[in-house]
Design a protein around this ligand. Structure first.
Ligand code: GLA
Length: 640
C-alpha cells in the first residue's frame, strides 16, 4: 500500500511536470472560463437543521426524531431557517439478500413497516417531516460497512443485523441503487456520506479477522496521507454526486461529504459535494471544539455558495457547551456562524433550557451564517490566545468576532484596519448578543473579553478600498481551482487535544488534517505575512506557483489590480514565475517572469463585462516538490 501510494504521488508530480505546455485539455492551468466548484444541489447558503448523532448516537427512534422536529417548529427555530431533520447512524437493519434493497429498522421506525418488516419504506416518515414544512436527511457510508460497525463498542445499540453480506449497509457497490431508493422512492432531501467503510476494514483489522466483516482494503489512512489513495476516494464520492444529480433532476438535494479532512478533500470536495468535513468528530469539549474550528478557520477560500467547509455539527447543549457554560456555548455558535458552517443542532430539543434555545435562535447571528454573499470569515488577527475574524457581508458591513481562546481575561484593541475600514471615519459596532450599539470609534477601540468569550458585532464604516473589493474580502467568489499543492501535508496549526477516544498512554495526537500549503486570504499558504522583496502586504492572496484561481466578477467590475511577485517565504528560491490574468477565458494581462528577491510588478486588467476572472501563476517547471510561494498583493476588483 505504501509503495502504491508513493507511486501515485510521483505520477501526480509527473503529470504536472508534463503540463507546462499549452495543451488546454491536459493543462490544469489553462483557463476554464467558468466557475468549476459545485453549484448543484440546495446549498446556496449553509444548510441549517438538526441531526440525531450528537443527541442520541445510534440510540435513536422515530419518536425522538419527530419530537425534535416538532420542537424545531414549535419553538420558532424552523421559521429562523432550521429545516433539515437528518438521521445519522443507526437507522438501518440490513441489506436484503435477494436484491440488495436496504431495509429500515422498523423496531425504531415503526412507520417504515409499510409492507411488513421485509418491505420497508421511509416514505411515511419523510411525508411527516415534509408535512411539517421541513426537509429530511439520511446517512450512509461510502464503503461497504459503516462507522458504528468500525468503532462502536460492545454496547452500541442498533448495529446492522444478519449475515456478513446483509450487514454491508454502505453504498459501496450499490451507489445508484441506494441513491435511487433514498431520494427517488423514499423522498429524502439530504445525504451525509461517511467514510469509515474505506478506512477501517483492512484485512488486518480485528473485526475483519474475527469474521465479523469482509475486508475492504482501506483507501484512507487518516494519519498518513501518503497511504491514502486520493483519486480513488474522490472517484467514489463523485459517483455519489453523479447518482444524486441523476435521481434529482430538480436539484433538490444536499450532498455532505464526511471524510474528516483526510484524503486531501480540501482540494477537491468543493468540486464534488455541498459540504465537506474538515476534521474528525467534534465532542462536547472546549479543546475539541478548538480543533474542529481550527481545521476550517484558515480555509476561507475553499468555502463558497454551494460548497462549504464543515467543522462538524453543533454541540450546544452538552458538556462544555451546556446551560452551565453559556459563554462557551455562545462562542461555539458564534464561531460556526463566522465560518459559514452548516448549523446542525445536535441536542435533544424536547427538554432544551431556554438560554440554549436563545443561543440557537439568535436571528442576528444566524443571519451572519446565512449571509447571501457566502464569504467565510478571514483571520485578521491570529494568536494562540486571541483571534479576530472578519466576514464581509453582502450589504458592505462586516461581521467581526473577537475570540478569547484562553483561560485568562483578555484586553483587545480592535482596529479599523482589521475591518479594512478607513481609519479616519467612524466605525459603529452593534453587539449581536446584547443588541446594543456601542459608541462609534475612529481608528481603534478597546474591548475586554472574559475567558473563552467571543464578542460578535455587526460593524459598519467606510471601506478602506472605496470603489471595489479586495479578493480576500470576497472568498465566497474566489475558487482556488488548482492550488499548486503537489504533496499534501498535515496542517500543524490545528489545535491538538488529548485524543478524545484514547488516553495519554500513546505519544499524543499527531497533526492529521491535510491542507497545509493551500491558498490563503491575507497570508501565505504557510500562514506567514505576505511579503515580496521586503515589501509587506496586509491584504492579498497567498498561494503556491502552478495555481489557478477562478474569481466571480459577474460583470460587476471594471478593473482587476494586483501587485505580484515571488513571496519572501518561498522554499524554492530559483523558480521563475509568470502571472497571468484571464477574463472569460481570454488572456488580459501577463507579468514579466519574476524570481525571488525581485520587486513586485503591478498587474492591471480591464475586466468590464467579464464574468469569470482567472489568476494563473505559472512556475517555470513544476518543481513544487520544493514549493514556490507567490503573492497576489492587494489583489482587488474595482468598479471604476
Ligand atoms: C463518524 C462521523 C460522525 C457520525 C458517526 C456515526 O464518526 O464523522 O459525524 O456520523 O460516524 O457513526
Amino acid at each position: 500500500m505504501r509503495r502504491f501510494a508513493h507511486g501515485l504521488v510521483s505520477s501526480l508530480v509527473l503529470a504536472l511536470l508534463c503540463s507546462g505546455g499549452a495543451h488546454a485539455a491536459t493543462d490544469p492551468l489553462a483557463p476554464a472560463a467558468r466557475w468549476t466548484a459545485v453549484t448543484t444541489g440546495q446549498a446556496q447558503k449553509p444548510p441549517m437543521g438538526w441531526n440525531s448523532w450528537n443527541a442520541f448516537h445510534t440510540d435513536l427512534t422515530e419518536a425522538k426524531v419527530l419530537d425534535s422536529a416538532k420542537a424545531i417548529v414549535d419553538s420558532g427555530l424552523a421559521a429562523k431557517g432550521y429545516r433539515y431533520i437528518n438521521l445519522d447512524d443507526g437507522w438501518w437493519l440490513k441489506r436484503r439478500a435477494r436484491d440488495g434493497r436496504m431495509q429500515v429498522r422498523t423496531a425504531l421506525f415503526p412507520s417504515a413497516a409499510t409492507g411488513g418488516a421485509d418491505e420497508t419504506s421511509f416514505r411515511p416518515f419523510t411525508d411527516r417531516i415534509h408535512a411539517m414544512g421541513l426537509k429530511a436527511g439520511i446517512y450512509s457510508d461510502i464503503g461497504a460497512n459503516n462507522c458504528s460497525q468500525a468503532f462502536g463498542g460492545p454496547n452500541t445499540p442498533n448495529l446492522p443485523e444478519g449475515t456478513v453480506a446483509e450487514r454491508e449497509v454502505g453504498l459501496y457497490g450499490h451507489i445508484d441503487q441506494d441513491i435511487k431508493l433514498y431520494f427517488g422512492d423514499w423522498g429524502f432531501d439530504y445525504i451525509k456520506v461517511d467514510g469509515c467503510g474505506i478506512r477501517a476494514f483492512g484485512a488486518d483489522s480485528p473485526r475483519v479477522k474475527s469474521g465479523l466483516y469482509r475486508a475492504l482494503p482501506p483507501l484512507i489512512d487518516v494519519e498518513e496521507i501518503r497511504r491514502t489513495n486520493i483519486p480513488a476516494v474522490r472517484k467514489l464520492y463523485q459517483q455519489v454526486a453523479d447518482a444524486l444529480r441523476k435521481t434529482n433532476p430538480d436539484g433538490d438535494y444536499v450532498f455532505s461529504i464526511c471524510a474528516w479532512g483526510s484524503a486531501d478533500v480540501r482540494a477537491w470536495a468543493k468540486d464534488v459535494g455541498n459540504l465537506s468535513r474538515t476534521s474528525d468528530d467534534i465532542t462536547p469539549s472546549w479543546t475539541r471544539m478548538l480543533a474542529n474550528f481550527d481545521s476550517a478557520a484558515n480555509r476561507p477560500l475553499y468555502a463558497h455558495p454551494g460548497s462549504w467547509n464543515d467543522p462538524d455539527m453543533l454541540f450546544v447543549g452538552h458538556g462544555d457547551f451546556d446551560e452551565h457554560h453559556l459563554t462557551e456555548a455562545k462562542s461555539h455558535f458564534a464561531l460556526w456562524s463566522m465560518l459559514s458552517a452548516p448549523l446542525l443542532i445536535g441536542y435533544d430539543l424536547r427538554n432544551a433550557p431556554q438560554p440554549l434555545m436563545d443561543i440557537l435562535g439568535n436571528s442576528d447571528i444566524i443571519a451572519i451564517d446565512q449571509d447571501p454573499a457566502g464569504n467565510q470569515a478571514v483571520l485578521a488577527y491570529d494568536t494562540d490566545d486571541v483571534q479576530i475574524l472578519v466576514k464581509t457581508l453582502s450589504n458592505g458591513h462586516k461581521a467581526v468576532a473577537v475570540f478569547n481562546r484562553g483561560l485568562a481575561p483578555a484586553d483587545v484593541t480592535l482596529t479599523a484596519r482589521h475591518l479594512k475600514f478607513a481609519a479616519t471615519s467612524p466605525v459603529t459596532l452593534r453587539d449581536l448578543w446584547s443588541g446594543t450599539t456601542l459608541p462609534a470609534f475612529s481608528g481603534e477601540t478597546k474591548l475586554h473579553l472574559d475567558p473563552r468569550q467571543t464578542l460578535i458585532f455587526d460593524a459598519s464604516g467606510s471601506r478602506a478600498l472605496a470603489d471595489g473589493l479586495y479578493l480576500s474580502e470576497m472568498p465566497g467568489r474566489v475558487n482556488p481551482a488548482v492550488d499548486g499543492v503537489v504533496i499534501p501535508q498535515p496542517d500543524p496549526t490545528i489545535h491538538r487535544m488529548i485524543n478524545p477516544w484514547g488516553a495519554t498512554t500513546d505519544t499524543g495526537e499527531p497533526p492529521a488534517y491535510t491542507g497545509w500549503g493551500g491558498a490563503q486570504a491575507d497570508a501565505t499558504p504557510y500562514r506567514q505575512a505576505l511579503r515580496v522583496d521586503g515589501r509587506m502586504f496586509e491584504t492579498g492572496l497567498g498561494v503556491l506557483a502552478n495555481s489557478r484561481f477562478e474569481v466571480r466578477a459577474d460583470g460587476g467590475f471594471r478593473r482587476f489590480v494586483a501587485e505580484v511577485g515571488v513571496d519572501d517565504s518561498t522554499f524554492d528560491t530559483g523558480d521563475v514565475v509568470t502571472f497571468s490574468v484571464y477574463g472569460d477565458g481570454k488572456l488580459l494581462a501577463t507579468s514579466r517572469p519574476v524570481r525571488f528577491g525581485q520587486p513586485v510588478q503591478a498587474l492591471r486588467a480591464n475586466i468590464s463585462g467579464v464574468r469569470i476572472v482567472e489568476l494563473v501563476a505559472r512556475g517555470k517547471s513544476a518543481r513544487n516538490k520544493t514549493p514556490t510561494v507567490v503573492t497576489w498583493g492587494n489583489a482587488a476588483l474595482l468598479k471604476d
